[in-house]
Design a protein around this ligand. Sequence first.
Ligand code: DC
Length: 232
Amino acid sequence: MTRPRPVIAIDGPAGVGKSTTSRELARRLGYTLVDTGALYRGVALAARDRGVSWDDEAAVVALCDQLELGFASQEDGTARLLLDGRDRGDDIRTPEMSSGASQVSAYPGVRRALLGIQRQLGEQGGVVLEGRDIGTVVFPDAEVKLFLTASAEERARRRVKDLESRGIVVDHDELLAQIRARDEADSTRAIAPLRPAEDAVILDSTSLDLEAVVRHVLELVESCRSPAIDTP
Ligand code: DC
């Protein structure tokens, strides 16, 4: 099936700039933005709220069936996670929830529960989805697939800056250690590990600014909209 507007899959490790890039792309293209990591963070937060240990796989998976997860579109084109109808704001963004999301995301039952929501949100196209397995699992037929990379040090630096701008103070070295641990966990888990799809464009953003990355993706979008016409 061809969609009138493309699905853009932005995958990559923690702190690589997926969110900023995706937000800017969605804004310029007038597309919907889906931050799939927020769903895993939502599951981790809901578990903590209800006293369910992240170590208890069966209980966390059972919890997914009871949860109502969705997004509320904002005027600026972004979407906020709604957990049982409530916007929990930055409660899902703390380093603790980053670890919890990484842990619960390794459970096959959790991934299965969240797959349908992600596909539903993107199936019409005209959407930017950011995550870890969008190009490999959620939308293997995405028209545009970008896998962003950057050194762990650069990612830690960017993350500290981002959290500080939201009033969350963290230690750089501690965050770097967490990013490395999360990289290891996300890329070695048995199901849907973090890795580029075979047909993804891999872009190292360590020394690229936002504008350069966004322009690169816009060119990919443009080339998928107007495929080269063969001339005899
Ligand atoms: O993108 P993020 O930092 O908000 O993601 C939080 C965690 O959720 C991340 O450590 C791994 C997991 N995740 C995933 O497994 N698959 C996705 N598509 C998105 C996030």
